[in-house]
Design a protein around this ligand. Structure first.
Ligand code: GLU
Length: 324
């Protein structure tokens, strides 16, 4: 069934810039680490190499962890590396009403159901399930999808407030990644709003990218498995699907995500070690194979060298670049 609202026509920045295409969408819940900064560099270069607009959007859905201080610190780091952006910076916390209208729209079409499962219950359900060969690993098993109205009423009476999930069709969805080519992945009954009422990342991101006229989404490859879910949501809300570029993560020597306490991973921590922002950019450029080892570069210099095919396939081992 067709969506009832034109989601494209809602956000501010697209008004100011008709050639918006790229964006960086950090969560202002801490300082950016080298992985975030490397992704931001790629996103900016991708947009500017086409002479296109570039947005920064603050994904501050997590109201408890997000702050204006982190937002400011992140923007300073981006500027120091030489990134600029067009138009105003949109915050997702200002747009909850829009996300809720989208949920109501999906709900009116019978595509939403309440889910009373806690994270622990979902983990247990997944562990005890006989694994079906076609199911996505870690996918929500659909327990509450089949709840009868009496059980739902009982749970509500017990004071349990539900998350809201999309009644997905469990089919795979395809998308195009500039580095990886055509990709495919399964879709589960993705959360649209958490039990505390906060809209979900997957919902907000598709609405905002469309509303802001984003045609190319550059982000970390930890989100590769979320992309098919977002493609389904785009379909259901009548939104265009952008093309994607998932950038490999930056990891430690054991291949694990960077932990800020174990080694310097933010620009501030690196500066405390005597690094400059130019040095960091030099390392990032080199790690992306856009520049040679030791070559001093600026963001502007790298624009003409941007080529997604050059980006190494595997994660970047930060310890190899860090030195002693
Ligand atoms: N806000 C997400 C993050 O900081 C990125 C989401 C996206 O780029 O789609 O990991």
């Amino acid at each position: 069934m067709a969506p009832t609202v034109a989601w494209h026509q809602t956000a501010g920045s697209a008004r100011h810039n008709t050639r918006v295409s790229g964006r960086f969408a950090p969560s202002p819940t801490g300082e950016l680490h080298v992985g975030n900064l490397r992704t931001a560099v790629v996103a900016w270069l991708a947009a500017r190499s086409r002479d296109d607009g570039f947005l920064v959007r603050m994904e501050d859905l997590d109201l408890a962890q997000s702050s204006l201080e982190w937002e400011r610190a992140q923007l300073v780091d981006l500027s120091e590396l030489g990134l600029d952006w067009d138009g105003e910076i949109i915050r997702q916390s200002d747009r909850f009403a829009i996300y809720r209208t989208a949920i109501e729209d999906l709900s009116a079409r019978g595509l939403v159901y309440p889910c009373y499962c806690s994270r622990r219950e979902i983990r247990q359900q997944i562990e005890s399930a006989v694994s079906a060969p076609h199911e996505m690993p870690g996918a929500y098993p659909g327990t509450c999808r089949r709840l009868d109205p009496e059980t739902q009423a009982r749970k509500r009476q017990q004071g349990r407030s539900p998350a809201l999930r999309l009644r997905s069709d469990h089919q795979a969805r395809e998308f195009f990644d500039l580095r990886l080519g055509r990709q495919q992945g399964g879709v589960d009954d993705v959360v649209l709003a958490r039990a505390d009422g906060v809209p979900s990342y997957n919902l907000a991101v598709v609405i905002d990218d469309a509303a802001q006229g984003v045609t190319e989404v550059v982000r970390g490859d930890d989100l590769l498995t979320s992309t098919p879910r977002q493609v389904l949501l785009q379909e259901l809300l009548g939104l265009p699907t952008p093309r994607y570029l998932h950038v490999p993560l930056v990891v430690d020597a054991e291949g694990k995500r960077l932990a800020k306490r174990e080694m310097p991973v933010t620009l501030r921590q690196l500066k405390e070690r005597g690094w400059s922002q130019q040095q960091l950019l030099q390392i990032l450029g080199q790690s992306l194979r856009f520049s040679s080892p030791g070559e001093s570069v600026s963001m502007t210099m790298l624009i003409d060298r941007f080529d997604p095919a050059l980006i190494p396939q595997g994660p970047m081992d930060w310890t190899q670049f860090l030195g002693d």
